[in-house]
Design a protein around this ligand. Structure first.
Ligand code: AVJ
Length: 320
């Protein structure tokens, strides 16, 4: 059986990370995992992104939750176990929790132990009657649910933020299929999914005037420099956000401004002038394309809540 990453010794873990990074950089086009965005600086840059006038996603989803969390809670029903993938420090989770009828347990799942415990602690303090059972795990792999989930009437996975959009179709399907497994026959999944819209609106949302998203993109390199001892020159890369119609996604790239060599561990990676490193995909859906994705994982769309301009959707999926 494969060892779990958090059981590996620190040195092995670093080797594994370096191997992962090098693997991505040997692909054509070169790619870096979006996980590299989120060190401390990156998380605070992301918080700034959420405040940008161009980045409509967070505020639109919040608006939907403010308007419709009560209906969502009614559709979910009493004594549910709410299992959130990624730990919920956010207002969205609170808005939902505040409306649920006697939830049996709230289970935030996150790979970062520190972030998880902070988030779980904050929720537990704000909702003293709520049982909070955090699980430290990579939610893209199987993990064990805490015992209290068994006594709930219904299991509901909550996956807000359009994070589903960061996964390519086969991975998104696999993740939804895992949710289907987790919630069982009478469970549900409540998912935030961003909707397709005009190219200029999307490109501006990922390439803001103030340059915060550009900084967020480059910060992945700074994180790599520190974490795996690489020597990326941040100034040698341009930020690019482009809508790729065929794939129905925004792609974020870093474009090399010069021929350069980057050292990672004992390896050297050559990057040509004009070469692109892919850092993130953000898929955008139509109601039809999301329903098809859900169906491919064994879910029907039971309810959809949207803002009045139909920029974003929160969708309740139930086993088909
Ligand atoms: C947090 C992954 C949903 O895809 O819109 C924001 C990340 N990247 N700006 C998104 C992000 C660039 C965001 N998600």
């Amino acid at each position: 059986m494969a060892k779990r990453p958090n059981l590996l010794a620190a040195a092995d873990r670093e080797d594994a990370l370096t191997t992962d990074v090098l693997e991505g950089l040997r692909k054509h086009p070169k790619e870096l995992s979006p996980v590299w965005f989120y060190d401390e600086a990156g998380s605070s840059l992301f918080d700034s992104i959420c405040e940008l006038p161009e980045y409509y996603i967070t505020r639109t989803e919040l608006e939907i939750m403010r308007l419709h969390a009560a209906e969502m809670a009614a559709a979910i029903g009493p004594e549910a176990a709410l299992i959130e993938l990624g730990s919920g420090t956010s207002l969205k989770t609170r808005l939902l929790l505040a409306q649920l009828d006697s939830p049996s347990v709230y289970v935030p799942v996150d790979i970062s132990r520190e972030h998880l415990l902070d988030a779980a602690g904050a929720i537990a303090r704000e909702y003293p009657d709520l049982r909070v059972a955090p699980v430290c795990a990579d939610f893209t792999a199987p993990f064990q649910l805490p015992p209290h989930v068994a006594s709930s009437r219904r299991r509901v996975v909550y996956f807000p933020g359009s994070t589903i959009g960061n996964f390519e179709a086969d991975k998104a399907r696999a993740l939804l299929a895992r949710m289907r497994q987790i919630v069982g026959r009478n469970g549900a999944a409540l998912i935030g999914a961003d909707l397709r819209k005009a190219r200029d609106v999307l490109e501006r949302a990922y390439d803001d005037r103030a340059g915060v998203t550009a900084e967020f993109n480059r910060n992945a390199l700074r994180h790599l420099n520190r974490k795996v001892g690489a020597d990326f020159d941040l100034d040698a890369f341009d930020h690019l956000a482009v809508w790729v119609e065929d794939m129905s996604r925004i792609e974020m790239h870093l474009v090399s401004k010069a021929d350069q060599r980057v050292h990672i561990g004992n390896e050297t990676v050559a990057i040509r002038r004009g070469e692109h490193l892919h850092t993130e995909y953000c898929h955008k859906y139509t109601l039809e394309s999301f329903a098809a994705l859900a169906a491919s994982a064994g879910f029907d769309v039971a309810r959809v809540w949207m803002d009045p301009d139909r920029k974003f959707s929160v969708q309740l999926l139930e086993p088909a």
